[in-house]
Design a protein around this ligand. Structure first.
Ligand SMILES: [Zn+2]
Length: 339
């Protein structure tokens, strides 16, 4: 009888100890972070996260245009690490958050858009290398404005309104991409003389000029978009007289002309099917606006005298598609080193 009590007591004691141990085990959370650092070697940044040696992990690294997100799965329950301040102000902020008992999320946001060049991890560390994307400056010129209404659509609307809304939407799209600084020659319904426009373009120190216009034609069936660049120097000299005298000026003219035509050709590759493109869409014209000493194009985004084009130009969806094509063309143009 006495022996039976001892055995029951012994079992109860073992059960209590077992429960106690398992409780202690599940409540044990480990420190995982050893250190975190951001270093710079030449033009490359390295974000390094070093973990404690007694812990193993598997990361899933997701790169974002201006940051990273890492899911860290550990082999033990872990604490949320305290994040010390990083000395470099390139990091906007970073933190760890709990995903589950044994997994964490790490987020870091950068001040600028970056290009990731390296994502490495070893048993105890993650190393992520990236370069800052240089932002390109684009000047967008909304054609006409104020007393200069431009052409008129079949519904009586003015070109100046369509060019302005298209330019504003293009500006927003380019800025949102994080890859561009954008300057507008006008952001409201105002009249600008050609000289004022040229001065604004010159002051912008931009790497590309995109002038937005709409077309009109006495033939109501005529429709489609086209893009203009300057003609050869011979033709421009016939129009404006001998404006380029030195060899370096002539070289500069052709350098910009080559780049402008390259942009025009790239743009045509990105124009979606919904936009009708004219026959021979890449054209030349002695437009003084394009003599701005930077790569420059004038895009006639559609024909307001045509019913279909006029309706499309008034559609935000259509303008979005068109503006996206312009942005992809700019991305491509700058990626190919045409700055
Ligand atoms: Zn116009």
């Amino acid at each position: 009888m006495y022996g039976k009590k001892v055995i029951i007591l012994l079992f109860a004691l073992i059960a209590l100890l077992f429960c106690g141990f398992s409780y202690a085990d599940s409540s044990q959370q480990y420190d995982v972070l050893q250190k975190i650092s951001l270093t710079k070697e030449k033009d490359t940044f390295y974000l390094c996260i070093d973990f404690q040696k007694n812990i193993n992990f598997t990361p899933r690294i997701h790169t974002l245009p201006n940051g990273i997100k890492v899911l860290l799965s550990f082999d033990k329950p872990v604490k949320i690490p305290k994040t010390p301040r990083l000395s470099h102000n390139f990091i906007k902020g970073y933190f760890f958050d709990r995903f589950s008992d044994s997994s964490l999320m790490f987020f870091a946001a950068f001040q600028e858009n970056v290009n990731f060049i390296e994502k490495k991890y070893t048993r105890h560390a993650i190393k992520i290398g990236f370069k800052i994307n240089h932002k390109h400056t684009v000047v967008i010129d909304a054609g006409h404005g104020g007393k200069d209404e431009g052409t008129h659509g079949i519904t009586g609307d003015s070109e100046k309104n369509l060019t302005l809304i298209t330019a504003l939407e293009l500006r927003n799209l380019l800025i949102k991409s994080g890859k561009y600084h954008v300057i507008l020659t006008r952001d409201k319904d105002e009249f600008l003389s050609l000289e004022e426009r040229l001065q604004k373009i010159k002051n912008s120190k931009a790497e590309l000029l995109i002038s937005i216009h709409t077309d009109s034609n006495s033939d109501k069936n005529h429709r489609g978009m086209s893009v203009y660049t300057l003609p050869s120097l011979k033709k421009i000299t016939q129009t404006y007289g001998k404006t380029y005298s030195s060899k370096s000026e002539i070289e500069q003219y052709y350098k910009h002309l080559f780049k402008s035509r390259k942009f025009a050709a790239i743009l045509m590759q990105f124009i979606p099917e919904v936009c009708k493109i004219k026959k021979q869409p890449c054209r030349n014209s002695e437009l003084r606006l394009l003599k701005s000493n930077i790569p420059a194009v004038l895009i006639e985004v559609g024909c307001m005298s045509n019913k279909v084009d006029n309706e499309l130009l008034h559609s935000k969806l259509y303008r979005d598609k068109l503006n996206r094509a312009i942005m992809f063309a700019a991305d491509n143009f700058f990626k190919k080193g045409c700055k």
